[in-house]
Ligand binder design. Structure first.
Ligand code: FES
Ligand SMILES: [Fe+2]
Length: 364
């Protein structure tokens, strides 16, 4: 009889990796405090003063569009008594703390202190919000507390090659969900998105019929990402208006893992992305959205209906995924030492993602 453990077999993560606060604490420190973290899309903050509040692990941050068009990221707390300054998303000409009205400009500089005479020994002239590293790759916004990391474009340069025909950076960011709480570990949300094994079985009401498990194709894994295709069934091939897309790409729906916490499904017509923020071992905010190819929008007879139809399908797919992730979390709560098994190639990207996480938290 074949001894499954003696041959090279991919194993699922240990149950405790989904539930143990100590594991999450290591991930917070090694990944969310030290790596590039995907936060949102650039289209979430298109105009000067537009902002998106997010989290790097537990740390509140905000990404703010500057007057010169660049995006900058700041620690999102007031320098007086730490009130979180910005919430959700919106536009601010100035950032005014709601507690005692200290005021910052959109570059983070402190420009106003209420009842200033009471702070005669404090030199507030050079005070500014702590700035973090912020980088935009193909329209995805990444933030890091480390200022010495190589740019995101470097780790994803090979992915840029794979996706050259799509011009994902030009996709119009049309749909945003800022807060969606998933009752599962952040790794379970990532793993769910990046394996096409479950598509036929748990996406019966959405993408299962159009992108069945049987049509998933092996792809590539690199140091900072993985990519594979969960292709369209021939009877569901989409119309494609981007002339740069080649014959193979016309049937492909690429599934991408952007380590550590970002994922995207990229299609000639649209792109579905998610950025995970762990809120606890069994709770995750999945910020997500859908962006659309300008060529698709120009070519569709009714682009608004196209947007609405795609968003509706992806909302259903997201609900289906949410339920499975919740049930992974509930099952893993048993705390068994028995390890699951991964499909040799349909789930190889789950294994690649885990290797990245394990490497970063020092247990590779
Ligand atoms: S905490 Fe912000 S002004 Fe007091
Ligand atoms: Fe799914």
């Amino acid at each position: 009889m074949l001894d499954r453990d003696a041959v090279h077999t991919l194993r699922a993560g240990a149950q405790r990796d989904y539930t143990d606060p100590a594991v999450l604490a290591r991930e917070q420190e090694a990944l969310f405090d030290r790596d590039w973290v995907m936060v949102t899309r650039a289209g979430a903050a298109p105009n000067p003063g537009d902002y998106v509040a997010a989290k790097l692990g537990e740390r509140p941050i905000a990404v703010v569009r500057q007057k010169d068009g660049t995006l900058r990221a700041f620690a999102n707390f007031c320098l007086h008594r730490y009130v979180k300054l910005l919430e959700g998303s919106g536009n601010a000409r100035r950032i005014v703390c709601p507690y005692h009205a200290w005021t910052y400009d959109i570059s983070g500089q402190l420009i106003g202190v209420a009842d200033r005479e009471g702070f005669c020994n404090v030199d507030t002239r050079d005070m500014a919000l702590e700035e973090l590293a912020c980088d935009v790759w193909e329209g995805f916004v990444f933030v890091s507390r480390r200022l010495d990391l190589a740019p995101v474009s470097q780790r994803l340069s090979k992915l840029s090659d794979y996706l050259a025909h799509y011009a994902v950076g030009s996709y119009e960011d049309r749909h945003f969900v800022e807060t969606e709480i998933w009752e599962g570990n952040w790794k379970a949300v990532v793993e769910n998105f990046i394996e096409s094994y479950h598509t036929t079985y748990s996406h019966k009401g959405s993408i299962g019929p159009t992108n069945p498990t049987k049509l998933a194709e092996p792809g590539h894994a690199h140091e900072g990402f993985s990519i594979h295709s969960n292709s369209y069934a021939p009877e569901h091939l989409p119309e494609v208006h981007n002339a740069a897309i080649d014959a193979d790409e016309r049937r492909q729906f690429h599934v991408v893992s952007l380590y550590p916490n970002g994922v995207a499904a990229i299609d000639p017509n649209f792109m579905w992305w998610m950025a995970m923020e762990p809120l606890g071992p069994g709770r995750t905010n999945a910020r997500w959205g859908v962006s659309f190819s300008p060529a698709a929008m120009a070519g569709m007879a009714d682009p608004e209906k196209f947007v609405a139809d795609i968003v509706r399908v992806l909302e259903i797919a997201t609900e289906e995924d949410q339920e499975m992730v919740r049930r992974v979390q509930e099952g893993a709560a048993f705390g068994s030492d028995r390890r699951g098994y991964l499909h040799d190639w349909l789930e190889i990207y789950v294994d690649e993602f885990r290797r990245y996480v394990d490497g970063m938290i020092g247990r590779a």
